[in-house]
Structures are given as C-alpha cells and as structure tokens.
Design a protein around this ligand. Structure first.
Ligand code: PSU
Ligand code: MN
Length: 302
C-alpha cells in the first residue's frame, strides 16, 4: 500500500514512544483568520500543547502529501498564500492525485488524523447545519465525519451563524456524544452558552478520556465532541454578537454567497463589524481548546 503521509520529526518520535499527539486543523489558518494573527495563533496552539506534555500535529496537504505535523515555514506558507483550497472529504482524492495544496477542514483533519493514528484534535468551532438548511441543503461534511471517523474533537461549540438546535439533532441521529467540559451548557463559540444543553458533563480530562475510551472500546466507530466553552472573561455579550451575526448573514444573503465560501465570509464580516473583538475571542478559545485537548490526549495515553 502506498504511503500518503509524511510525519514531522516530533510526531514520528511521539508515535514511536507512545506519547500523546494532538491534531490541529489548517482551514482556520488559511481561511479563518487574517495574516499574521493566523500564524501567531497556530504557533501558540502548538506551544500550549507542548507545555502540556503532548506533541502538536498541524494537518494539511502540501504537494499532494498528507502532512501530520507542519514546519514553521509550511505554516507561514498556508497563512500567507492566496487561494489555498479549503479541503474537505470530497476534495482529498483530487488534491492528492494532482499534487495540490489543501487547508484541512475539521472533516479532512479527522480523516488524516485517523490515518496517522492520532486520537484527539483541537479546533475553534465545528461546521454544522446552516440556518435555512431545509432548502439550501447546506450541512457541513464535518457532521458526517464525526459520525464515522474515530477522533475526539475539542471545540468551543458551534457559532450561531449555524442552526445550533438542528446541529445537535443531527449529532444525536448520527450517534455522536456531545460532552460539556465542566459545563452543562452547549457553548456558542463567541459566548459560553447557546441556550442548548450538552448530553453529558465531564469534570476533567480524565473523565472525558474515560468516555472516549469506552466508546471505542465498545467498537462504536465515530467521533466525540468535547464542547469547551470560551473562558468567562473573554465570552462576548450575547445580544451584541447575535445582532452582528444577523447583519453578517443578511450581507451574505444579499451578495448570494453560498457553499464553502459562506463560513469564511461570515467570519471575516463578523471580525469587521466587531472591530476585531471577535478575532480576539476566536484566538482565546482556540488556545483554551488546545490546552484541554492536550490534557485529554495525555489521559488517553495512560
Ligand atoms: N468555524 C470557525 N472557523 C473555521 C471553520 C469553522 O469558527 O475556520 C472552518 C473549519 O475548518 C470547519 C469548516 O471544518 O469551516 C466548515 O466549513 P463548511 O461549513 O463549509 O463545511
Ligand atoms: Mn457547507
């Protein structure tokens, strides 16, 4: 069988020694944040993971090679280059065969992490069921991936640019447990409470690892969502951000923006309308998720 994956030195070593590894996605670098905050954040996430005795594996495809662990230069490249493909499950075969570059979404990162034997993945927010999905059919491939690929995803919930209630229904249908990390409230990315609950509350990383281990021990394939709220001191005002999101959605509608372009468009618009406050919140919550993911990966290794 052809090997499609290249490991960074530190990931190779960690795998050999049975050390914990945490995957990080790259769509957030190429499409989720502006330069140079995107590089700075990506590198800070890696450092937080190392400080917690785990090894970071930022994931992307470069020249058709699946990368489990990127160099500094590769991260810089993905952060700066224009027009890097936002790559989900459906894009992977063509990107590999045509030796292209691709920034990995949550779905693509889960696939590559699973191939690389990585069990835990930290990101900002997962994709979900879009508002008006009943006629647009826009449901992120991230949800199907969570249904079938066995990687635990630590995130700050989903943004209310999506239909949070329908996203949670979809996860229930697909058998994906949603664990609240030290909370019974499902977080809404910029805010720590979406108004919806979680399935199970976990008190700490060990508790989360116990449930994740039991899922896979039972032979139940698929992911687990660990919903880790943005720290209280950084949580934005709900009314304020809801109004901004409404405005951003109206703008997207007016311009006819659809499909894979909609999430990056809305993120950028929200950043502009909040004069950068949403970007600061985004950075804080990703760092917080990297911290928790490293702790869970460590517990799973024990
Ligand atoms: N949510 C964010 N920031 C992001 C994304 C989602 O707050 O950068 C990215 C993730 O990579 C996620 C993808 O997997 O958007 C979902 O896109 P779509 O809805 O097109 O599947
Ligand atoms: Mn979509």
């Amino acid at each position: 069988m052809i090997s499609y994956i290249d490991y960074s030195e530190e990931v190779k070593k960690a795998k050999k020694e049975g050390q914990p590894v945490v995957a990080l996605e790259s769509t957030i670098i190429s499409h989720g944040m502006p330069y140079p905050k995107n590089v700075e954040t990506a590198l800070m996430c890696e450092d937080i993971i190392r400080k917690n005795n785990a090894v970071p594996a930022t994931i992307a495809v470069i020249d058709g090679r699946l990368k489990a662990g990127l160099s500094h230069d590769e991260i810089e490249y993905l952060a700066k280059a224009k027009g890097i493909l936002k790559m989900s499950r459906r894009d992977l075969p063509a990107v590999v065969a045509q030796k292209q570059d691709g920034a990995a979404t949550v779905a693509a990162t889960m696939i590559i992490a699973a191939l690389a034997g990585i069990k835990v993945f930290a990101t900002g927010g997962i994709g979900g069921v879009h508002r008006e999905a009943s006629h647009t059919f826009d449901i992120s491939a991230d949800l199907q991936e969570l249904a079938k690929t066995s990687v635990a995803v630590v995130c700050a919930g989903v943004k209310s640019i999506l239909d949070i209630g329908l996203t949670l229904e979809y996860l229930e249908t697909m058998g994906v447990p949603v664990l609240g990390y030290q909370t019974d409230k499902f977080p809404a990315f910029y805010t720590d409470d979406s108004g919806f609950g979680v399935d199970y509350v976990v008190n700490d990383a060990e508790h989360a690892a116990d449930i994740i281990r039991a899922k896979w021990g039972l032979g139940l394939q698929g992911g687990v969502v660990v919903a880790n709220p943005i720290p209280k001191q950084y949580s934005m005002d709900k009314k304020y951000i809801d109004n901004i999101i409404k405005e951003a959605l109206a703008e997207a509608d007016k311009r006819g923006i659809k499909g894979k372009k909609i999430t990056p468009f809305l993120l950028d618009k929200i950043k502009e309308l909040t004069a950068g406050e949403s970007l600061d919140a985004n950075i804080k919550l990703v760092l917080n998720n990297s911290n928790v993911a490293a702790k869970i990966a460590y517990q799973l290794c024990k």
